[in-house]
Design a protein around this ligand. Structure first.
Ligand SMILES: [Zn+2]
Ligand SMILES: [Zn+2]
Length: 250
């Protein structure tokens, strides 16, 4: 399994694209979250963006799915014919259709490819495009589904937004890589993780490594030395802070 960090930022960071991961296994590929400015990053980092099989939306905050119109319309312009699957929480199909109508009305009618929607439910798992999917609810200001992907004997956990819960710790058990939001360094923020809590979640899950993403822009821009020190202090899990374009092979 190959993970490319297309973006690692929070919602409004002027230096970093919104957090988004391109996950590839054999010929299958899925994009995890697609915020406002992610589509350009996908074209920058993916070898074959028109071959993308699916997009997973963790929750309905704009920095996690408002990039879909750009992704869909660029794919249309470039002649995509392959079906695109969009997975997300309950209501995903109506949300995306409304978003497309506002952004580029009638574009879907002109698309030369089908869009197929799958609603994801915590505790229910299924196989799609070479990956096994499982979900659990995070502690966020709106329902957010953390996702676990298994393929080829490797496993990836992606938190979306939110503090860890008992269910997400269970979901991430023994994953090769946990990618967790860490919005703050150590201040307690309702509905968000922090560096220490997210690393501790990965340790409790028995994860092989933990990538910290979606950091508050003011902290990430000015306190990276303190963040790295906190990451190095947690010796029971290999933590790191990825940059856009970084690739992690599992
Ligand atoms: Zn959110
Ligand atoms: Zn977010």
């Amino acid at each position: 399994m190959r993970v490319t960090f297309v973006g690692v930022g929070e919602a409004f960071d002027e230096r970093l694209p919104n957090t988004s991961l391109l996950v590839e296994h054999n010929d299958s590929s899925i994009l995890l979250d697609c915020g406002f400015n992610v589509s350009c990053g996908l074209w920058r980092y993916a070898a074959r963006p028109l071959d993308l099989d699916a997009v997973y939306v963790s929750h309905f905050h704009a920095d996690h799915y408002f990039g879909l119109p750009a992704l869909i319309v660029r794919s249309l312009e470039e002649g995509r014919t392959k079906r695109l699957t969009i997975l997300g929480p309950s209501g995903i199909e109506s949300r995306v259709n409304r978003l497309m109508e506002l952004a580029y009305s009638n574009a879907l009618a002109k698309a030369g490819f089908e869009i197929f929607f799958i609603e994801c439910v915590p505790g229910e798992d299924f196989k799609h495009g070479g990956f096994r999917f499982r979900f659990a609810l995070n502690d966020h200001s709106m329902p957010c589904l953390a996702v676990r992907l298994d393929a080829g004997g490797k496993s990836l956990y992606y938190s979306g937004d939110g503090k860890p819960t008992d269910a997400t710790v269970d979901l991430a058990e023994h994953c090769d890589l946990v990618v967790h939001e860490a919005f703050t360094l150590d201040e307690i923020t309702t509905g968000h993780g922090d560096v220490g809590t997210s690393l501790d979640m990965a340790r409790r899950s028995g994860a092989g490594a933990c990538a910290l993403v979606h950091m508050k822009r003011t902290i990430r821009h000015t306190m990276m030395d303190v963040i790295r020190m906190a990451v190095e202090t947690e010796t029971s899990v290999h933590g790191f802070v990825p940059e856009p374009g970084d690739v992690h092979e599992l």
